[in-house]
Design a binder for this molecule. Sequence first.
Ligand SMILES: [Zn+2]
Length: 263
Amino acid sequence: MRFAENEPEFYDLTNMTWEEIKGALETIKLAIIPIGAHEQHGPHMVESCDAVLAEKMSQKLAARLHPYALVTPTVNMGISPHHMKFPGTITLRSSTLIAILRDMVSSLKQHGIQKFLFLNAHGGNMSTLNVAVTILTEELGVEIYCAKTTASAKKAISEHVKSALFGHSCEREVSEALYLAPEMIRFDKITKGQIKEGGRWKHLRPGKALQGFYRYEEMTGNGCIGDATKASREIGMKIVEEAIENLVREIGELLDLNTKSIY
Ligand SMILES: [Zn+2]
């Protein structure tokens, strides 16, 4: 499968016949499972944002790892109870997400795949996915890795993302969308997060001494954080490409792939 005429090829399970898959399984060593969310993304991005970004990143990664990787159907809902006060959000329970992943991994194992990457674009999924990796590795006897799509792009993020607060429909995420899926953006609505001054959330943000559950409306009036008006396609490209390079390198080493054909 190709994104377009001039784009590289990758194995896309959703768009292959069983005969094509049978042939591809002779080289495939890794199934990439894109995992997203269906949740509000402020006034300027659609609810499928995380699912689409996870899928696009998975396709890019599979193209770089071709013919050793396959992209599975996207898990397009995730753990989003903290966004439920905003219209349209659908949340899974952690047990549901783990159950879906168990059945996907188990099915693909029956077709001969032993190694899996959960490529996740939604921070709210991470704690559940870490549990899923532990449970399913033990239970199914497979090898599972998990990555947050662009979290490893530390250089590009520290050099280019200037907002003090980012992580949701923000400068970083809108930049990634500008590069990977601009059709998700309402360009006439791009705006800063309406951050609330007081509240528990300030004590519970990632990196603070305490962690705990808080709802997004405690932190932001319009559902986004950071300053998406500073986003650009250029920043998105740097973040995405640095993350893909990191993932290709790490997976190449872990799976002992023929790196000459990849790098
Ligand atoms: Zn998002």
